[in-house]
Design a binder for this molecule. Structure first.
Ligand code: GLN
Length: 251
């Protein structure tokens, strides 16, 4: 185990914060920053937008939030110039989180509701095609990524139906629609990359996922196996409990 030190810093590449920030997805960044700060560490936030180039050797954590088709259309052309860097970062073991519109663009292709085909960066082996109805509501899934059958809760609102290729789902749907409303898979994961449809934002009420991504990012930067000190998650647990009640699960 590699004890985390106060001087430790996670370098975050935050992609298109001004455009890909639906349902307060930016709140995930506040969770990353605070959970590091509460442990005496820090988050160095670097924002990247249209025209900026990304150096994959310079980041431990990448984040792309959700957006409507219109915003995805605006960033997709630019993302093509960042695709090599994002794939290199993932291959190098950096942590990456893609939410909703983000997971759609992390795949190979997203066909929008108007039939336009947007190229994705190909970090995750998946494809998405918009359907004629939206998949909306509270959702609970079960993931084995940070221990057996950990429950993750959130809110989904997407027209896209995502089908996975050679990649594992992030979790299995307990209640809700998930990737495509048919196969009970939700999101996708490989190496230290997670893609998911869960908004809410995702991390405030699922602190285990936040800590998993942070420990991956610290491992990427400093090596070894990182085990983060536990925090008082009373508030986070009660937010989680409220969300699962909304899904219709018992407390
Ligand atoms: N535009 C995408 C869809 O509707 C993603 C929307 C979102 O990020 N909430 O499928």
């Amino acid at each position: 185990m590699n004890p985390t030190l106060p001087s430790h810093t996670v370098r975050l590449c935050h992609l298109y914060p001004e455009r890909m920030n639906i349902y307060a997805d930016r709140g995930n960044i506040a969770v990353f920053a605070n959970r590091l700060k509460w442990r005496g560490m820090s988050l160095e936030i670097r924002e990247f937008t249209l025209g900026d180039s990304v150096d994959p050797s310079d980041h431990d954590l990448y984040y792309l939030g959700g957006g409507q088709d219109r915003d995805q259309d605006l960033v997709a052309g630019d993302l093509a110039h960042k695709a090599d860097a994002l794939r290199a970062g993932a291959d190098d073991g950096a942590a990456q989180l893609y939410v909703c519109g983000g997971i759609q663009l992390a795949g190979h292709r997203y066909q929008t509701a108007s039939g336009e085909s947007l190229a994705g960066v190909g970090v995750l082996d998946l494809e998405t095609v918009a359907g004629s109805t939206r998949l909306v509501g509270d959702i609970a899934i079960s993931t084995d990524l940070c221990g057996p059958s950990v429950e993750v809760v959130g809110y989904e609102n997407h027209a896209g139906r995502t089908h996975l290729g050679d990649v594992s789902p992030f979790g299995q749907v307990i209640s809700g629609h998930g990737n495509n409303d048919a196969d009970k898979t939700e999101g996708a994961t490989r190496d230290r990359v997670i893609g998911t449809y869960l908004h809410g934002p995702l991390l405030p009420k699922n602190p285990q996922i936040a800590d998993l991504l942070l420990s991956w990012a610290l491992e990427h930067r400093y090596g070894g196996r990182v085990e983060l000190a536990p925090l008082d998650d009373t508030l986070e647990k009660s937010a989680h409990a409220v969300a699962r009640t909304r899904v219709g699960l018992d407390r």
